[in-house]
Ligand binder design. Structure first.
Ligand code: ATP
Length: 371
């Protein structure tokens, strides 16, 4: 299966620039997710790959095959060989499951016997072979979405492009569908670009993720890189829950920094590759806040502080507390109940990420490169 290369793609809609000089590489056979808030340009990127939008600059190649090069090449959508699934599924209501799935092969004038064999094969793949004769109204939402996927795979595509395909499903079915897609994709091995604004979905299905904002890519990385080493405050805040606190770098040698966090008495020595001093924002994840005391005393480190619980929620497998550090709300998650209305916590230096405020990003912090 080919890799995918986007080079310097810009797309303008009247006065609005939806994509700014965007470059990306999706590796052969990976599930690559475009993640970002509504309007950041995810669908515009996907549509440009499919040939449904014509960018205003740049080029797009599937492996060595250039499908778009501004002013020179623009392969029509039907000749790009992309399997596309949209949020709405768009399956034909008057066709049976088998007819829907076989339709792209019929358009390509694939001989009947071969068509039937391939329809049977992909329906087995999506576990719908027993429902081949049913009509869409006789299927559940999840089954309809699998018909749409089977149809996208019927004529083996070079690229599978999925635009929020699970957003109409309920939470449980969505979760099952993600697992199922991951398994299916590993069997088929097709290079897949997946669009979502749901960070859980992005982290759970993807080999790599591009986090987008206002038509630009902020960071590309594996789910772990994106979550544990966000390139900037936007990524930290958008992916997962981030506690963002004001602090000041008072010493920095290029490998560590000594920071003073508002509301925390002791300075903290944190890993940090920058050398700049001054005001910063730090980010720490709720599950990384060290909880020393919930109901009983233990030996406390000097940097520990006791804070009142402003707010608490029982979420079945864990508790989620909101406490205050230096006037800022901090979310803490733990499996232990706080019976006193107080938590004694400290911030774990190794899990603190430091961002200089004015740039809203810190290139020194880029553990995962932006490609
Ligand atoms: P969502 O998650 O809401 O689907 P998205 O990240 O997929 O959002 P896009 O649909 O790519 O965002 O849109 C990017 C920007 O371009 C938005 O500001 C949108 O309003 C604008 N846009 C998209 N398509 C058109 C169009 N055909 N004409 C004018 N503006 C458009």
């Amino acid at each position: 299966m080919p890799s995918l290369h986007l080079n310097g793609i810009t797309k303008q809609f009247a006065q609005h620039t939806a994509l700014h000089d965007m470059s990306l590489t999706v590796r052969d056979g990976e599930i690559f997710t475009l993640l970002g808030p509504s309007g950041c340009g995810k669908s515009t990127t996907l549509w440009s790959i499919a040939g449904l939008h014509r960018p205003d600059s740049g080029s797009i190649a599937f492996g060595d095959r250039v499908v778009f090069d501004h002013g020179r090449v623009n392969i029509e959508p039907e000749h790009r060989n992309c399997g596309v699934v949209f949020q709405s599924y768009a399956i034909w209501p008057h066709m049976s499951v088998a007819e829907n799935v076989g339709y792209p092969l019929k358009l390509r004038k694939t001989p009947r016997a071969e068509r039937d064999r391939r329809v049977q094969e992909v329906l087995e793949l999506v576990e719908l072979d027993r429902h081949a004769g049913r009509y869409p109204h006789e299927l559940s939402g999840g089954q309809q979405q699998r018909v749409a996927l089977a149809r996208a795979l019927a004529h083996p595509p070079d690229m599978l492009l999925l635009d929020e395909p699970f957003s109409n499903l309920d939470a449980k079915l969505r979760d099952r569908s993600r697992q199922w897609l991951k398994t299916l994709q590993s069997q088929v091995g097709v290079t897949t670009v997946f669009v979502t604004h749901d960070q859980d979905e992005a982290l759970s299905v993807s080999d790599r993720v591009a986090v987008m904002d206002h038509g630009k890519v902020r960071q590309v990385g594996t789910p772990t890189e994106i979550y544990e080493h966000p390139a900037d405050l936007f990524v930290a805040d958008f992916v997962g829950t981030a506690n963002i606190l004001s602090a000041e770098v008072v010493q920095a040698d290029g490998t560590h920094a000594v920071i003073r966090v508002d509301g925390v008495g002791e300075p903290l020595k944190v890993p940090h590759t920058g050398k700049r001093l001054g005001p910063v924002k730090i980010c720490v994840r709720p599950e990384n806040v060290d909880i020393h005391r919930v109901v009983s005393d233990v030996d406390l480190p000097t940097a520990a502080l006791t804070a009142r619980v402003d707010n608490q929620a029982y979420l079945g497998d864990h508790y989620r507390y909101t406490i205050r550090i230096g006037g800022s709300p901090v979310i803490v998650t733990t499996t232990r109940p706080a019976t006193t209305g107080e938590l004694t916590v400290s911030l774990p230096p190794e899990d603190i990420r430091v961002f200089h405020e004015e740039a809203d990003s810190n290139e020194e912090n880029h553990h995962a490169p932006v490609h």
